[in-house]
Design a protein around this ligand. Structure first.
Ligand code: NAP
Length: 468
């Protein structure tokens, strides 16, 4: 597959192989872009600003609907590509495509609702005879940098709102899974003026630095890990920033919880996409009174998960993104066991596959739960009461989402008030997200919100108009 710069397909002699983690076969190659490609993409995006800015909202909205139609026709092909490059079960890749199409539709709708507000000028002494209002204008060039785990939906969460607000885009997908996103960018690009959407591939460090430090880029919208997000924040200078970073989401199971529901939440939350979800359940905090019963049920359900060929529609869990990622998870689990945690099921690795794993008597100080463990692991932390559960929930530098299972409204209200996270979900696990809700973490999990309406708002700036 090729890069897209100023409407042209750009190839390079040097290429990066995209590997299917299920069978280690090469799915395709992408060009190894360099700094000049990044500069060319930024230049093209700047040149295209005028055409985008002059387009009517009505026309732009219709174009976004047309793109939606074309992507919908490619749903099957795109879903398979996501599965081949990430190892995600095909059933989940189809859901990702459904969500991506929905995200795009929401942006098409939102593109006609971008407006400022009137200002009551006469409320100030100097404004007595003036009229005033704001207009919302594009930022200019938006850079979108995305990770491997939801390569299409996370990209469309940036591209669609940026375009809906008449910005132009420089897009850099993950090197580990660039194909489906690149294909989508090419489809989008064909419907819009040349240079409105540019997509480049290559080293995150090299291209990322060129983009992040450029004074011809007006906003960075980044989704990825905390270390990369931090380095971007340090280098970006006077640019608008949205950072959607890592999570370490807790699931609180209180002694008054519906345990069947809590177990289903834990299974869905811990093992979706082999645990490679920013909002995966990464710590299960259980009241000691119900811990044994909850854990028995959790282990039974975990053992039933069907692991295998991601293209098989029956497969519930595939490999991790690569063997290195699986080894990393293996080390974290082994370290917890060496420090006193008890392995109840799983704990085995074969190449990039890591078994769905339940591990009990985990201590909050262990690396497994202090850091983000991006794999299919359910670490159990037993607690005595809600006070302790909330303390443990807040006991990491992360704060993306949190779920609590309880039948008490008072307990739920306390969790909402006291848990430091961008969302608190009652009787739902943290993996629950709709694409229109405001989404974004507290603490080291990021800054700014996505969710189409909120992302569109963040892709604009206000200009004040005064009529004297
Ligand atoms: P990552 O290593 O941080 O990479 C993310 C993107 O940043 C990739 O495109 C990468 O390019 C690029 N990059 C690397 N170094 C860069 C630099 N110096 N400047 C600019 N860009 C740079 O993350 P990942 O391993 O792909 O994804 C997993 C992480 O993403 C997890 O922590 C997960 O929780 C987080 N995540 C967060 C959300 C959210 O919404 N909060 C959603 C999904 C995932 P290369 O691939 O070429 O290195």
């Amino acid at each position: 597959m090729k890069m897209l710069i100023n409407g042209n397909s750009i190839d390079k002699e040097e290429k990066i192989a995209v590997i299917n983690p299920f069978n280690n076969q090469t799915v395709d190659h992408v060009p190894l872009g360099d700094s000049k490609d990044a500069r060319d993409a930024i230049h093209a995006a700047n040149k295209a600003k005028k055409s985008m800015n002059e387009m009517s909202s009505r026309k732009l909205s219709r174009i976004l609907y047309d793109i939606h139609q074309e992507l919908k026709e490619k749903h099957r092909e795109m879903s398979e590509l996501i599965t081949l490059e990430t190892g995600k079960p095909i059933r989940d890749s189809r859901v990702e495509m459904d969500r991506s199409l929905q995200t795009l539709l929401m942006a098409a709708e939102e593109s006609k609702r971008i407006h400022g507000e009137t200002v009551p000028m006469d409320a100030a002494i100097a404004g007595r005879s003036a009229f005033g209002f704001t207009i919302k204008i594009p930022l200019g060039v938006v850079a979108a940098i995305t990770p491997f785990n939801y390569p299409v939906n996370l990209a469309i969460h940036k591209l669609a709102p940026a375009l809906a607000a008449k910005n132009t885009v420089v897009f850099k997908p993950s090197t580990k899974a660039p194909l489906a996103a690149l294909k989508m960018a090419q489809i989008i690009g064909r419907h819009l003026p040349d240079g409105s959407v540019n997509a480049i591939t290559g080293s995150g460090n090299l291209l990322g630095d060129e983009i992040v430090t450029s004074n011809r880029v007006n906003k960075i919208s980044f989704t990825g890990s905390v270390p990369t997000g931090l380095s971007i924040a340090q280098k970006a200078g006077m640019k608008k920033l949205t950072l959607e970073l890592g999570g370490n989401d807790p699931l609180l199971v209180l002694d008054d919880a519906d345990l069947d529901m809590a177990v289903m939440g834990a299974v869905a939350g811990s093992y979706l996409n082999a645990g490679q979800v920013c909002i995966a359940v990464k710590r299960i905090i259980v009241h000691e009174k119900v811990a044994d019963q909850f854990i028995d049920q959790l282990v039974a359900h975990t053992k039933k998960l069907k692991m295998g060929d991601p293209l098989d529609p029956e497969t519930e869990m595939g490999p991790l993104i690569d063997e290195g990622a699986a080894i990393h998870v293996e080390h974290r689990v082994n370290d917890a066991i060496e420090n006193g945690a008890q392995l109840l099921c799983g704990g085995n690795r074969k190449n990039a596959f890591y078994d769905a794993t339940v591990i009990d008597h985990v201590d909050m100080g262990m690396e497994l739960v202090q850091k983000e463990t991006f794999g299919p692991v359910s670490p159990i932390i037993r607690v005595k009461n809600l006070d302790e559960a909330i303390e443990v929930a807040n006991g990491t530098p992360y704060g993306l989402q949190a779920g609590i299972f309880t039948s008490s409204i008072e307990n739920a209200k306390r969790a909402v008030k006291e848990i430091e996270a961008g969302s608190v979900l009652i009787n739902k696990q943290s993996t629950f997200r709709t694409d229109n809700m405001p989404f974004g973490g507290f603490k080291m999990s990021g800054m700014g919100k996505e969710g189409v309406k909120y992302a569109v708002e963040d892709m604009t700036r206000s200009k004040m108009v005064v009529i004297g």
